[in-house]
Ligand binder design. Sequence first.
Ligand SMILES: [Zn+2]
Length: 217
Amino acid sequence: MSKSEIYAKRDGIAITTEMRGYAGRKCERPVYLVPCQKCGTKLRKVTYKPSKEYLCDYCKLEKKRKEEAIEQEIWDLIKTPKEQTFDKAVAKLYKQVKKFDSYKEAIEIAKKRTERYDSIPEVLVAIELIKLGYSIIPQQKVGRYRVDFAIPAEKLIIEVDGGLYHPNGPKAGRDGDIQLSLGLDWKILHIPAEWISNHIKMLKKVIIAGTSDNREK
Ligand SMILES: [Zn+2]
């Protein structure tokens, strides 16, 4: 009696046989009907070891998925707060836009500067600006201030207001200083964080409206 057979009998594993061609002869060999440890589906095995884990293909895949999910959770735990903010913004974008695939490239580009965005709305604005084809500089230093986004080709500053970084308050002094540093041909556009984070697709219209009425003056 083989070891497999001894253990199979001890553990109540059903044994059947199958015919198998071997060196020109047919011979019979035992087949162990080992139940999947998760779902009980019978697996046909030519050996049986009690120490081995038996899982059907489906349960193996499920197990792998679970392990990957746990791994992802661990990755999330060791992410920096800014990386987490970036991920949350991407999740928010996913819910808002119809063709999420068309954003993948913009997301990849925006992600390279994850540490420069202070809030979810800022991340959304960065991604949308890149998607719209603007070359942006996030957290550009202007004099003694840092502005959220500078778009030099458009001579445009975009500030996302209402986040932690720019608490609402008197902006006139700050804007005046920034305007003086950059020159009067630059435009400073303020976008409310709460609003933009739910209407990111409106950004283009906001920019067009905000820049054209200034230049007509
Ligand atoms: Zn199974």
